[in-house]
Design a protein around this ligand. Structure first.
Ligand SMILES: *Cc1c(COP(=O)(O)O)cnc(C)c1O
Length: 364
């Protein structure tokens, strides 16, 4: 008698929480003035672009990259003023580092804690790895609610806390003394996410040596390398040696390594562009403040959050006029009627303000 094979029922093996997710939305931007994604709007000087072209032409793309990315790490160390004894872990963008950190701590029941509104990937990645996410509401002015944070930490005992400093999408720096209290109260790791460090007055890198459970994460995306996908985590060797085990080999490609090393050797060029962006941020803020019906929030980043009546219609009106910004309305309740604009070139910012004024006039 031949054995009967079990009937194979086609089943959907996907996790329910994955099916319930909404994919991270990237709006099509072809032909638009693109002020939605916090990119640096300036191109590199021609001589630097020529150097990069030669580097890329000679790159050994048939070989795997340097797995330890030694040259790149040395340049990052040099430009970031890391305290003695601190090490670096590289990510394919800092998003990858958030995921790696979450993977490392995702024991059953483990909690990832952040604030709301903040960077949406913290919550999404909690779901990816099966962690419980806790979002503590910010105060109405988007500052940290110290009591709520300390209470939540005591109650939830989070394995991982993320604080974006400056915060995205609100643009403010949180109170540094409160962050220090959070680090001291937290039973697990606290990651200060400094994606916008180049535009901000303060950093937690100098404090790394003072706190055993503090890590600082940065990306080069907002400084002008969004296309390269490169971020890093800085902290004590003891932590980073463990986290390195989860980093996929060769996560930063040959071309990203070569080009980033070259750009960091010309860090002054990027810092000068960041300086121009900061100057434009002040002008854009002043211009927005002259538009009747617009309420702005001051920013330490390369974008400005603002509130306006009929925000979604304003967003659509801007789009029709060829300007793409970010619509935050109908996301988090604290962001009702909020839009976020990235600081562009002087021309782009002017076009945006004209289009905004025109749209608001038409809607009135
Ligand atoms: C943009 C951003 C990141 C991610 O940047 P990558 O491009 O993945 O390096 C991380 N955190 C915050 C707060 C951001 O705004």
């Amino acid at each position: 008698m031949s054995s009967v094979r079990p009937v194979v029922v086609p089943a959907n093996p996907l996790r329910l929480e994955v099916m319930a997710l909404h994919a991270y939305h990237v709006a099509p931007a072809s032909g638009m003035i693109k002020l939605d994604a916090m990119e640096n709007p300036y191109v590199l000087p021609q001589d630097l672009r020529d150097e990069i072209a030669r580097l890329v032409a000679d790159a050994e793309i048939n070989r795997y990259p340097d797995a330890g990315a030694q040259l790149l790490k040395a340049e990052i160390r040099r430009v970031s003023n890391l305290p003695h004894g601190m090490d670096i872990l590289l990510g394919n963008g800092s998003d990858e580092i958030i995921q790696l950190l979450a993977l490392a701590v995702a024991r059953p029941g483990a909690v990832l804690l952040s604030v709301e509104p903040s960077f949406v990937m913290y919550k999404m990645i909690s779901t990816f790895v099966g962690m419980r996410y806790v979002g503590v509401p910010l105060d109405d002015d988007f500052s940290l609610n110290r009591k709520a944070m300390l209470d939540a930490i005591r109650q939830e005992q989070p394995a991982l806390v993320f604080l974006a400093y400056p915060n995205n999408p609100t643009g403010n720096l949180f109170d540094a003394a409160t962050i220090k209290q959070i680090i001291e109260a937290a039973p697990g790791l606290v990651v200060v996410d400094e994606a916008y460090y180049a535009f901000a007055r303060d950093s937690f890198i100098p404090h790394l040596a003072h706190y055993d459970n503090l890590l600082v994460m940065r990306t080069f995306s907002k400084l002008g390398m969004a296309g390269l996908r490169l971020g890093f985590l800085a902290g004590a060797k003891a932590w980073l040696n463990q986290l390195e085990k989860l980093r996929l080999p060769y996560n930063v490609g040959v071309l990203s390594q070569l080009v980033a090393v070259k750009l960091l050797q010309h860090h002054d060029v990027l810092l000068e562009q960041a300086e121009r962006i900061k100057q434009q941020r002040a002008r854009l803020l002043a211009a927005l403040n002259t538009v009747v019906g617009v309420r702005t929030y001051s920013s330490e980043a390369n974008f400005i959050l603002f509130r306006v009546a009929k925000a979604t219609q304003v967003f659509e009106g801007l789009k029709q006029r060829g300007v793409l910004i970010k619509n935050l309305n109908s996301g988090h309740p604290a962001l009702t009627d909020c839009l976020r604009v990235t600081v562009g070139t002087p021309d782009e910012n002017r076009s945006f303000v004209v289009a905004l004024q025109d749209t608001i006039n038409q809607l009135a």
